[in-house]
Design a protein around this ligand. Sequence first.
Ligand code: ATP
Ligand code: MN
Length: 462
Amino acid sequence: MLLHTKIAELLSSTEVDRDVTVKGWVRTKRGNKNVAFIALNDGSIIHNIQIVAEVAKFPEELMKEITTGACLCVKGALVKSQGQGQSMEIQAKEIEVYGPADAETFPLQKKGHTMEFLREIAHLRPRTNTFGAVFRLRHHMAFAIHRFFNDKGFFYVHTPIITGSDAEGAGEMFHVTTMDLKNPPKNPDGSINYKEDFFEKETNLTVSGQLEGELAAMALGLIYTFGPTFRAENSNTPRHLAEFWMIEPEMAFYDINDNMDLAEEMLKYLIQYALDHAMSDLEFLNNMYDKELIARMKSVIEKPFTRLTYTEAIDVLKQQNAKFEFKVEWGTDLQKEHENYLVEHFNGPVILTGYPKNIKAFYMKQDDDGKTVRAMDVLFPWIGEIIGGSQREDNLEKLTTRMREMHIPEKEMSWYLDTRKFGSCPHAGFGLGFERLMLFVTGMTNIRDVMPFPRTPGNAEF
Ligand code: ATP
Ligand code: MN
């Protein structure tokens, strides 16, 4: 491999008038008979480096091959640029075309493609400025999540992706099977005989790592998971994917207030991390798409999140019922329009707690009033629900009673109930949707544009 330097390093270099080698893809080429100006990008940073090539020095055939999309290796002198708009440029001495890109068929010729079109060419869209910025930010956020939890003494736990439990009820599941779907083995009563399947039972892709995460927390204390989750809900919204990544911390000895504190601290840390480590990408996205992006990020960090109970929120929302499509009363689940109203009304993130137990999962800790549970949802400007979590029910009696009420098979969940039988402890946790966070830190409006290869109903290309 020939040694080469990243464009990110060259653009901030103070050592000029030296020979360097760069490798990257041509974004644009312009110029005249005598000189060509090639904007080269290698993905290390949003900015291109300008290559100046004296046409007479290079074979005509080679110059013709240098078109938008082509991959080049360029050797030359790094010099301070005389031109406007860039600090450094390279005066080319040698150019090798690694891979030309046919100008007739390369789809990214001109600027200003629609997001819809770019989704259709998701294999090439990382070569645009926008998706370069989004995917670099995605890396920074993933890295920051691990750093945040590691620094706080949390252990990273891998929970299964193929799960034998379908009890969490967080969403519709995808079946996992090796059976012949045209001719599955049947029981005498006509039902499918899963004993004949690969795992000798019915299995699905996980909708959440929480239940297994709880098992780990009750041994290791503080844990988090960060992995793919799958929901077969047929909801074609700009906020839902069929395959998305979720961060799920679970903490022994945390109550609902500790849980809220951690969620708020984590979100602020992650947003600050993006501001500290990805400013050039944020500035690009801010200028191109969303003039409020950076200001919105900063405003979320600056002040405490508003915390209120579901009951208090309903009192606020009820006064606005006239303008809502879905009217609220105590007991209704909140819709996007209500979440939006609350974040606007309180002018920033809102954490809601104390939800009616009938609209929440069986494992949430029941309040003494018998009506509400210690759930918490974090609602964000631009996004709506970004986190869902709760303190968990640690009382075996109450947990099993609730499971019976909700028709959740106890036998199948015996492993989960064992934690309440043997050394049960107060604990809490939450789930952060990684792509919802990505929407917030990129200003993208559709979740399909923060995932490299999005899976949605009717779409599993690439
Ligand atoms: P929503 O009400 O928005 O559909 P949910 O209540 O079903 O979400 P939870 O089960 O609480 O979601 O999951 C925890 C987090 O995972 C959510 O707060 C959200 O950030 C994220 N999330 C949930 N479903 C999806 C999805 N289909 N695509 C992307 N992220 C999701
Ligand atoms: Mn939720």
